[in-house]
Every structure is written in structure tokens, then in C-alpha cells.
Ligand binder design. Structure first.
Ligand code: ATP
Ligand code: MG
Length: 490
């Protein structure tokens, strides 16, 4: 006996109302996605496409990832496979399920495809009478245990468990969209709803606020990519929005910033979308959730996009969205995203007229957006490792104005020279006690070479702090200060 296990996978009902050719394409796509989902160190499992089922043979037992493959209505781990004879079925079924039906009501449900000398009814009667002793009797309507027998050609598959699948359509059968991903609750849930409908996605993130924000968004994107995107290789396009933001501040009136900024993001998504031949843009907007999402504002924002804009959450309440985010697995990360409202005007316009918004935007040279998009970084979300999630964000080349600077070298070196304003901390003590520090501040750490403090910064980041190690350690800090970049009074 091998420990190999067999699982029967059922397609979502919508697959069967499609025309034959579409249906085969959907089923083949689902088979490939299941292979991807269950691919382990030994490569993909053996997945056989039946007429209306998939049969998955895998070496390591239960398959939790199956519950996250879209297009599956349910699946059942097979308890035993036997030759398709009535005697074999009754004998094996009696043996395997006697314990499971003991003291409980049960029903035997049989289905048959192929030529056999017995009917499904014979199976139900034969196995039913074998199991009845010790059980609480047969209940065909609402049994506590349903014993299933599927006879297909020369084999019979017996099982009693049925796990509900994720539903929806196989990912990839409904084209590609560009999703504007901000790291908050909404856009991740919006992306998920589109993934569920078979739409493959790349994500565009417009970075307004530095490394810590980007890292959080990457983590959110990674949950969508790792857990819900089997069969695709989603990428995150990180667009540095510092320049567009500057242009916005200079060009348009403050009341319009929110709305015009959103237009610039739609433009960035459109440019990426054109490059990738995407068919749509997806956002997490919902009517009235924030002031930029009133109907008039959505209307004023929309024309900036060259592709249709889909908003799967348009009619959702916030609480519903957050609950869905918990199920998806992004909520714990989104909670930590410090909503970066680098521009938070006091009273944004709530009913912007299209013409007025267009006038405000006209003052901005849209080349800044094209340039930012051309210079974007593209991350293969599934290929990123935990180290990648931390390492690129550990080092910093400057000290932000509001940062707390901790010099982690020995006392005598600190006395000899330190960055004005820096506090001295013992490395070891800092590692033990950083959780006493104010979580709302940013920290820049340096030691002799910046290596030990990289370790501390990493530990602090994992605990939710925004902490960096200065690249090049104390020498790096000194060079940066000497170049006159340190603010006065430090
Ligand atoms: P979310 O919870 O997704 O952050 P929100 O309720 O905070 O949304 P807004 O900040 O107005 O609302 O954003 C609305 C939508 O615009 C987001 O759902 C997302 O699709 C897009 N968006 C907002 N900020 C960014 C950004 N920095 N980069 C990419 N897309 C963004
Ligand atoms: Mg947001």
C-alpha cells in the first residue's frame, strides 16, 4: 500500500451550461490550475480529466489548497477504489464505512457510468443492507452520513466526505485586468472577487509614501498571488508617485487633489494595461465610502481611464468587506497598512464637476505619469521569498526629518562622533527592549557597518515597527551628514 491519496474534484455548475468547446477549455484550465495549486517538491500531482470530474492523485494526503482553486464547487477525498463489481463494492464499503455509520443515520448514494451487470440501485440496496446493522437506520432525506459510490467503467470510487470549494470560474478563462492595489481592505477584496470570476490580474501600486508602505502592499499582493492565483503569475508594478504628487501639488487647487490624484492613478493603470493588453481596470471603490467616492467624483475620475473601470465592491458595506478580507487572509495585513494619505486636504470637493476636474488636471504635465510608469519596478509576487520581503526595505540612505536615530555602537565611539540628535543604545538591549519604543515613530539605526543594525531593524519590522539600518553604517551616516543633507539642529 502506498500512502498516495485520490481526490475527486467537481466543477462549478456554471461550467456545464457553457457550449461544448468553452466547457472543454474551462475544464482543461481548471486541471492546469489544480496542478499548479498542488505542485510540491516532487512536481505537480497527477490530475486526470474525467467527463465531469477531475481525479487528483497526490502523494501527501489531504489537499487544503484545493479549497482555494476557483472553479471547483466541491471535492471529496476518496476512501477506497475497488474493481467495479457489486461484490467488491459491498465488501469494501462494508469494511470502510461500518465505523462511520455506527449509531448514526445514513444513506448510500450511487452513480454509474459505463457498462456493468448491476445498476446504481443494486449498489444502494446491496451496500445499504450491509451497513444497516449497528447504524441508526437509513435516512434518504437528511442522513448524518452519506456514503457515495461512483462507478466509472472498471473502477468504483467510495467516499463519504464532501468539502465545499471556492466556486466561481477557473482563473484565467476570463482575460486579464489591471487592479489598482493600495494595501487597504478594499482593493484586495475587489481583486479577489475578480479572481473568483476567472479574471487574471496584475497589480499597480502607486507609491506615495516610502518603503514601509510599499512593503505592506507587497505582502497583501503576495497573499492574493500565493493563495488565490493558482495557474497565473501575478506581478506587482510599483510606480513611484513622488513626482506626479509634486506636480499635483503645484498644478492644482487643494480641494481637487484627491480627485485629480485618483485620475493620475487611473492613467498609470491604463498605461500598464495597454502594455499588457489588459481588458479592464479594477478598483476597490464603493459608493460613498470616502469623499472621493461620491457618484459625482467617481464620474469625474472615470474619464481618465482608457479602459473600462470595474468596481466589484460598489454596493458593499465596509463591515462586509472587512469580513471578506478576513476570509481571504489579507485583513491582518491591511489592518497594519498606515493609510498613507500623503496629501490630506481638509475639505476635499465632494461633487466635482467633470469640466472643473479636467481644468485642474490640465495644469499638470501628464508626462510625469508616463515617466513614472516607464520607470516602475515589476515584482513577480509568487517568486518573492520572505527574505525578499524584508531585505530590500531594511536599508536607508538618508535620515527622514521625523525619524528617531539610534546609534548602536559602543559608548566610546558614540562619544567620539555621532550624528547630532542620535541617541546611543546598546545593540543587545535594543533587541530585547525595542517593544517599549513608540510604535508611531520611524527609526533609523546605525552601527559600525550597518549589518548588526540591519538584523535589529528586521526584527523590529517583523514586530510592526518602521525601522531601517543606515546603509554603510556609521561611515555612511557621516558621509551623508558631511554632504550637508542632515537637517540643521540635529
Ligand atoms: P482601499 O481600502 O483599497 O485602500 P480606500 O477605501 O482607502 O480603498 P481610496 O484610498 O479612495 O479608498 O482608494 C480607492 C481605490 O483606489 C482603492 O481601492 C484602490 O483600488 C485605488 N487606490 C487608492 N490608492 C492607491 C494607491 N496608492 N495605489 C494604487 N491604487 C490605489
Ligand atoms: Mg486606501
Amino acid at each position: 500500500m502506498t500512502t498516495e491519496s485520490l481526490t475527486l474534484v467537481r466543477f462549478g455548475g456554471e461550467v456545464f451550461i457553457k457550449a461544448r468547446r468553452t466547457r472543454s477549455a474551462f475544464m482543461a484550465r481548471l486541471r492546469d490550475n489544480v496542478r499548479d495549486a498542488l505542485s510540491g517538491d516532487d512536481g505537480p500531482p497527477d490530475v486526470e480529466l474525467g467527463w465531469d470530474r477531475l481525479y487528483v492523485r497526490s502523494p501527501d494526503g489531504p489537499l487544503p489548497a484545493l479549497a482555494r482553486v476557483f472553479g471547483i464547487s466541491s471535492y471529496s477525498p476518496i476512501d477506497i477504489v475497488v474493481p467495479a463489481t457489486l461484490e467488491d463494492i459491498v465488501e469494501a464499503g462494508g469494511r470502510v464505512f461500518a465505523d462511520r455509520v455506527r449509531g448514526r443515520t445514513f444513506a448510500v448514494r450511487a452513480r454509474r457510468a459505463g457498462r456493468h451487470s448491476f445498476s446504481s440501485h443494486d449498489v444502494q440496496v446491496g451496500l445499504g443492507s450491509r451497513l444497516i446493522e449497528g447504524s441508526a437506520g437509513v435516512d434518504l432525506g437528511d442522513p448524518e452520513v452519506a456514503v457515495h459510490v461512483e462507478v466509472r467503467d472498471d473502477r468504483a470510487y467510495l467516499y463519504s466526505q464532501r468539502v465545499t470549494g471556492a466556486g466561481g470560474l477557473p482563473l484565467g478563462v476570463e482575460g486579464r485586468a489591471i487592479t489598482l492595489l493600495s494595501g487597504g481592505f478594499d482593493s484586495a477584496v475587489a481583486a479577489w472577487l475578480m479572481l473568483k470570476r476567472g479574471v487574471a490580474q496584475d497589480y499597480v501600486f502607486c507609491n506615495l509614501g516610502g518603503d514601509a508602505y510599499e512593503r505592506a502592499v507587497v505582502q497583501v499582493g503576495k497573499v492574493l498571488a500565493d493563495d488565490w492565483s493558482y495557474g497565473t503569475r501575478p506581478r506587482l508594478h510599483v510606480v513611484d508617485f513622488a513626482e506626479p504628487l509634486d506636480a499635483l501639488r503645484q498644478g492644482s487647487r487643494e480641494r481637487y487633489w484627491q480627485v485629480v490624484l485618483k485620475r493620475l492613478m487611473y492613467r498609470a493603470a491604463s498605461l500598464v494595461g495597454q502594455e499588457l493588453a489588459a481588458d479592464a481596470i479594477v478598483t476597490g471603490e464603493a459608493v460613498g465610502q470616502v469623499s472621493s467616492q461620491t457618484l459625482p467624483n467617481l464620474r469625474a475620475i472615470e474619464p481618465a481611464a482608457d479602459l473600462p473601470v470595474f468596481r466589484p465592491l460598489i454596493g458593499f458595506d465596509k463591515q462586509d468587506i472587512i469580513e471578506r478580507a478576513r476570509h481571504i487572509g489579507t485583513a491582518v495585513l491591511s489592518e497594519q497598512v498606515k493609510e498613507y494619505c500623503a496629501i490630506a486636504p481638509g475639505k476635499p470637493v465632494t461633487a466635482a464637476a467633470v469640466a472643473a476636474v479636467e481644468r485642474e488636471e490640465a495644469a499638470i504635465d501628464l508626462e510625469v505619469v508616463a515617466r513614472a510608469v516607464a520607470q516602475r519596478r515589476v515584482l513577480d509576487l509568487r517568486a518573492l521569498t520572505p527574505a525578499d520581503l524584508v531585505a530590500p526595505y531594511l536599508f536607508i540612505d538618508h535620515v527622514p526629518d521625523d525619524a528617531v536615530v539610534l546609534d548602536c555602537r559602543p559608548q566610546h565611539q558614540y562619544r567620539h562622533w555621532h550624528l547630532p540628535g542620535a541617541e546611543q543604545r546598546d545593540e543587545y538591549e535594543l533587541l530585547q527592549r525595542f517593544n517599549k519604543l513608540d510604535r508611531d515613530r520611524r527609526y533609523v539605526l546605525y552601527c559600525a557597518h550597518g549589518i548588526q543594525t540591519a538584523h535589529i531593524a528586521e526584527t523590529m519590522q517583523r514586530a510592526g515597527y518602521e525601522a531601517y539600518s543606515f546603509r554603510g553604517g556609521a561611515d555612511g551616516v557621516r558621509r551623508w551628514a558631511a554632504a550637508g543633507k542632515a537637517p540643521q539642529g540635529r
